[in-house]
Design a protein around this ligand. Sequence first.
Ligand code: PGA
Length: 238
Amino acid sequence: MTALRTLEAAAWAGEVAAAFVERLQSTPSLRVCLPTGATPIPVYDALAARIGRGDASFAQATVILLDEWLGLPPGDPARCDTRLRAQLLDRLPVPPAAVHTIEVDAPDLEATVARHAACSLDLDLVVLGLGINGHVGFNEPGSLPDSPTRVVRLAASSRRAAMARYGSATVPTAGITLGMDRILAARKVWLLVTGERKAGILRRALRDPEGPDCPASYLRRHRGLTVFTDSEAAALLG
Ligand code: PGA
């Protein structure tokens, strides 16, 4: 059963951050996988403020990065690790007990993939954005519920668009993503969706039969799924 929490846009980020604070309070050793992208930025702002006020702490938590580009140098502004650090991790008064980014600079990518799959076992919570084409992480259309953590070739158009957005000089070649298998094995999954432009794909993900054209639709088989949406993105759910 999907829990749908539809919130007014102005309240959305604060409510998601409040739910996250509750998770950290009840499970201080939370093992959580976090995304980048535009959607979670206001949540990270609100969360950093709450943590800064002492409402909860990441000190015993483990943070695992959802996905990462290949072909960008360390510190590139478009790198997911750079962005997650700047938007959340570097703003925490006490850092998480462990942070697992994806070691894309290592020479052996298969070993990197294996390490990421290993460190993302036993997740308490996976937080996801929703791609405009129905992807979650870099699990692009065509992905299946058992798709593993892996290297993913990405369409040139989506790579260029993302880089233009994030101000990177380099266009990545591919990505590494947490697999659908690990996402669906987590204890809880939160899908964060905001804005009118996501209304069509959110309807597709939640209301039409599940299928590989929209990997996010597979999330509905997860009993611990909560969709946090604002009223604009929820406009077509009926
Ligand atoms: P966005 O991206 O949060 O930047 O809209 C979501 C995604 O593509 O996963």
